[in-house]
Design a protein around this ligand. Structure first.
Ligand SMILES: C[S@@+](CC[C@H](N)C(=O)[O-])C[C@H]1O[C@@H](n2cnc3c(N)ncnc32)[C@H](O)[C@@H]1O
Length: 246
């Protein structure tokens, strides 16, 4: 378990405010609804603090899963009406199916083609016939750029956090990129502590996503997100499982 999603998980609402997800999730709901107008149930893999789910639950009955119990605890506070379960997106088996399976930025933690294959298997076994999976990596090789960023904010009780993020350049031929995270955390008494952590994240060409999804049996469509944020639009990999919708 990383410190980011373990001991520091309660800071997630300050690190990545839920309001920041409103625009992208509105577009995501439109994209999914246009292709599965009747869809009712959604399984999210790597739902973290539930900020994406906070908006998705307005359109779907959401079942939220993540590797980290502390992140799910944040999500339970925000989304008490949703079902929550701890699970690794590579091995999860809830023994039931859904109309939609979604993996948002958490899929960045898949660092090999075997990892991606395992997640696509998970999506397949949780999708009803005709169901739609949606995978939204932050980047593919073609859109990736090294860089830095600062985020964070202050809580009502005097606590606060500032997070410096430094993404290393991609190395040709490698499917991983290191991201460094440096936290400054102020507790309500005013004491400030610092933490550092390195995360290995996955980076794959668009063609790798399309090839592995097709090999699993999905029909694949790629939609480019039309964001107004200061970044390239993410690619939405939409993967339809064959069969007639219920
Ligand atoms: C950036 S957070 C996701 C935040 C989320 N999009 C939200 O709306 O709050 C990344 C999440 O990926 C989860 N994660 C990493 N590896 C995972 C795996 N193998 N299976 C499931 N979740 C995983 C982490 O525990 C963390 O909660």
């Amino acid at each position: 378990m990383t410190r980011f999603y373990g001991e520091l998980a309660p800071l997630w609402p300050l690190v990545s405010p839920v309001e920041d997800y409103a625009a992208e999730t509105a577009e995501l709901i439109d994209v999914l609804r246009a292709r599965r107008p009747q869809a009712k149930t959604l399984l999210e893999l790597g739902s973290g603090g539930g900020h994406v789910a906070h908006y998705m639950k307005r359109a779907f009955e959401c079942h939220l899963t993540d590797l980290s119990e502390p992140m799910l605890e944040c999500s339970r506070r925000l989304n008490p009406e949703c079902a929550h379960a701890v699970g690794d997106m590579r091995t999860l088996d809830l023994g039931r199916t859904f109309d939609v399976v979604l993996a948002h930025d958490a899929i960045d933690y898949m660092i090999s083609e075997d990892d991606l294959r395992a997640v696509f298997d998970t999506a397949w076994r949780h999708l009803a016939p005709g169901g739609l999976a949606c995978f939204i990596p932050d980047d593919v090789t073609e859109t990736y750029g090294a860089g830095t960023g600062v985020s964070g904010g202050d809580g009502a009780d005097g606590c606060g956090v500032r997070l410096f993020e430094w993404a290393e350049p991609a190395v040709p031929g490698r499917t991983t990129v290191d991201v460094h995270y440096a936290f400054l955390v102020r507790d309500p008494s005013g004491d400030v502590r610092n933490y550092y952590e390195r995360h290995a994240t996955g980076l794959f060409p668009r063609g790798t996503w399309e090839r592995l999804l097709a090999q699993r049996g999905f029909s694949v469509e790629v939609v480019v997100e039309s964001t107004k944020e200061d970044r390239a639009g993410r690619l939405l990999f939409l993967a339809r499982k064959p069969g007639a919708e219920a």
